[in-house]
Design a protein around this ligand. Structure first.
Ligand code: URA
Ligand code: SF4
Length: 222
């Protein structure tokens, strides 16, 4: 390896600027690093009004090389205080559902459409979603999952570019494909866990969608 690196330096000296060691590790290293750089950038972001009222930016967390991403709506009170996604009541429900299948949170990646809490948990406004979208898009590109489970209508509409009237009850459970760069990603919309806290009867459908996502991402057999 050392010899190879020396050879690459030698080629660069000769003016071949764009020589890279094409090993898997080198490539993975760079997207993980890039995700960390993006996080540092987003932590300083003030592209929309939500930066004035937030306590902490909630960038997202989990395995940056996972096959499965969860995307929620926006940080709530607990998330804003702790700077971590899905740690309040809805988050604890999500965590319990994952644990039911023997999967810990750190094996997937969890984030939101907007990275700062809207005051009083109001819905994120269209211009806030638009301002924040490039960060989620970049996260999807760098993590490059096979599957995205959209938690609630905001995530589904934003990622699938659906009209504002698209009802989650109509689109949930239906796998759709999106292209990000060279990749094709399966996107599955489902209910938001906060909705399940109020409507327990949605749980079987949520579980069905979660199982579908877990199977497609290779976490479950079948
Ligand atoms: N609801 C969300 O949409 N995201 C969180 O992180 C917490 C609650
Ligand atoms: Fe920036 Fe997104 Fe926070 Fe708005 S919500 S300030 S765009 S990080």
């Amino acid at each position: 390896m050392e010899e190879l690196e020396k050879f690459v330096s030698f080629l660069k000296l000769l003016g071949y600027e764009d020589v890279r060691l094409g090993t898997e590790e080198a490539n993975l290293g760079s997207s993980v690093d890039e995700l960390k750089r993006l996080e540092e950038e987003v932590k300083k972001c003030c592209k929309c009004r939500l930066c004035k009222t937030r306590t902490n930016v909630v960038f997202g967390e989990g395995d940056p090389e996972t096959n499965l991403m969860f995307v929620g709506e926006a940080p709530g009170e607990q998330e804003d205080l702790q700077g971590r996604p899905f740690v309040g009541r809805a988050g604890q429900l999500l965590t319990r559902f994952l644990n039911l299948y023997g999967i810990s949170r750190d094996r997937v990646y969890i984030t939101n459409v907007v990275k700062c809490r809207p005051p009083n948990n109001r819905n994120p406004a269209p211009d806030e979603i638009e301002a924040c979208w490039p960060y989620l898009e970049k996260q999807i590109e760098l993590i490059a999952p096979n599957v995205i489970l959209c938690l609630g209508a905001f995530a589904a509409r934003t990622i699938l570019n659906l009209p504002e009237k698209a009802a989650i009850s109509k689109i949930r459970g239906k796998e759709q494909k999106i292209r990000v760069g060279e990749r094709e990603i399966s996107v599955i919309p489902t209910f938001h866990p906060a909705y399940l806290l109020r409507n327990r009867k949605g749980e079987p459908e949520f579980q069905k969608d979660l199982e579908k996502a877990l199977k497609l991402a290779g976490f479950l057999n079948g």
